[in-house]
Design a protein around this ligand. Sequence first.
Ligand code: PGA
Length: 247
Amino acid sequence: MRRALVIGNWKMNGSSAENEALIKGLLPISAFLAESAVCVPYIYISQVNALLEGSSIGCGSQDVSVHDKGAYTGEISASMQADLGIGYVLVGHSERRQYHRESDELIAQKVIAAQSAGLKPVLCIGETLEEREAEKTLDVVGTQLQTVITAIGDSGLDNLVVAYEPVWAIGTGLTATPEQAQDVHQFIREKLGSAGEKIQILYGGSVKASNASDLFAKADIDGALVGGASLKVDEFTKIVEAATASQ
Ligand code: PGA
């Protein structure tokens, strides 16, 4: 059986004082059965890791370099992140695809870099509103996923989380209906082949305490990647609670 997983994506938010208050507020979710983690700006990984010590909440990052070391100003390698003791790394988030022009090929290389250092990549895929309206959702998501599957091969599927995040639902307050999300999740699982049974597939895009349970009730939705609501103790706690109840 797949364990429910809820990951918070803080994006470029936080300060030393805010992080401390947020993590202290979140510590009780450590007792829930669902797996949970927060993906924080690189610069706060050490602080957040220290605050999370002794809890079961994981700490992750939001990106990774394809290079291991050298003259790549501003980049952070997977081995450096492993050295700090993080577990997860978000790869191919739509904001990276959009604002940093990350291609499917580059994203596949990032997945490989993360896996080589022992980190668990959370591969983010999803269509824009234009693509959905043109009924291209499965084509777009299929291509994004296939590029990575081809690059990592079957063995790479042993260490992967997939997050389906329709771009039109991110930060907009619009959520895919549980049925819309389930259709795409089922397609993703089938595409992953026999490994798909074990791979956690998360939904992301305006997940909140009020819609989490309905999403988690669907057979192929194993949890959530949560942006805005992950910055609020009450909201994030209720989402992890809902994931636990769905187990
Ligand atoms: P949101 O962000 O929950 O604020 O829509 C989700 C994400 O970008 O991962």
